[in-house]
Design a protein around this ligand. Sequence first.
Ligand code: SF4
Ligand code: SF4
Length: 465
Amino acid sequence: MPSKYMIHTKTVPNRFKTVSKSGIIAWEEGCLKCAVCVKKMCVYDVYDKRGLDSRHMIESIDNLCMNCYRCVQNCPKELIHKSLNPEFNAMGDSHWSPSIIVRLWSQSQTGKIPVSGAGYPGPFSGPGFDSMWTDMSEIVRPTRDGIHGREYISTAVDLGKTPEHLMFNGSDTLEGNAPSIIDIPLPIILKVPSFGTISANTIKGWAMGARHLGTLIALPIEKVNYALEDMGECLMPLVLSKGTAPGNIPENAKIIEIPWTEGCQGIVEDIKGYFPNLFVSIRIPMAEGMEEKALSLARGGVSIIHLEGNSMSRFMDDTTRNLKDGIRSVHMKLIEENIRDGITLLASGGLAMAEHVAKAIICGADTVFVDFPILIALECRMCRRCIKGLPCPVEIDTASPQWVASRVVNLIGAWHNQLLEVMGAMGIRDARRLRGEVGRAMFFEDMDRTTFESMGKIEEGCKLE
Ligand code: SF4
Ligand code: SF4
């Protein structure tokens, strides 16, 4: 059994004051001066930690409160109210919502799995990954002593073509060459996001984080500089096909990526001529016709394909279609053509939570890219001021590489633990076995169709009797 992969985390303080969801307004007028005030019973000691005098009217917007509403509900005179912070509501967008941003901040700061104080407040179902539920039937029989206990759950995955079978000779040694694959300990590759106030130090910090985690970081080749010289083995340069000259590729790099173009397989062969051991991933935009492109590449011997959705987890050419459906569609096409096991499928685009990693793998991806969460780990508010050339409110470019690396390690450490929790609850002990396990998940669209399709459609304007 391989040695146990663990990501050790420790609290890494924020550099700036975070934006909290709400504030507390407590009125003194009418106070009954209860012997045991609800403010004293806050399970998080928020009132004491604030250092404010609880006998007076308090208006406080900070991030100590966990929004459990216990004090609001229990004050006998209803003198305590919560007010929403407009700055909080203004963050991000419909996909990178304020609550997702705040949860990513917390995981990057503490390295811990976020715990909601008041149960699940969200809708029953929603678009994209929210219409998918994982089978948690094994939660009644969890691993003997927790996710880091004796029962090993492996999150390791392979990039490249695994052999259909192995041959051994009479002396029990492998015949032929050992399979050529890149082995990473978790199904996550970091990726430099498409915007952000990103400096050379930021990239160096992300690369240090990737190296610490044992994974890779994908980045445009022009961002590879001398500061990354000794980190070639954890870099995955994204190159433009035409600019792929041997001198551009960092020493020790194991893998590069080129975009799909007509005839890109010829370019892969040219690159292999210079670097026989280099893996080449081909990036296909998640759009109409991607299944045929993936199939043609797989048949042509390409071993790694990256399906790229947009930053909102949608198709590039159709924002009504979701990333999860694109991954499923390509995965199923390759299975139908009996070629799925000859290829590694990478997926990217708007993965914002740890559960999205597990769900993307269940839909058929082997490994995913994580991009904006590693920017949000650095306190990004997704305000997009940097796109307009305005200063970054949290000065991300001034953060030291060590701080950047520690925040990313914390974030991925928290995600890794959540992946272990999901796999443990599903009774799956190996991330490679999770791939395509749709039998262990439920999809709202499928259930809706099988339940209601036979009832026909309600036409617009029709009157129900
Ligand atoms: S809402 Fe809950 S966590 Fe927040 S101050 Fe009141 S009791 Fe404490
Ligand atoms: S906080 Fe705003 S300006 Fe700074 S990197 Fe994030 S989106 Fe860009």
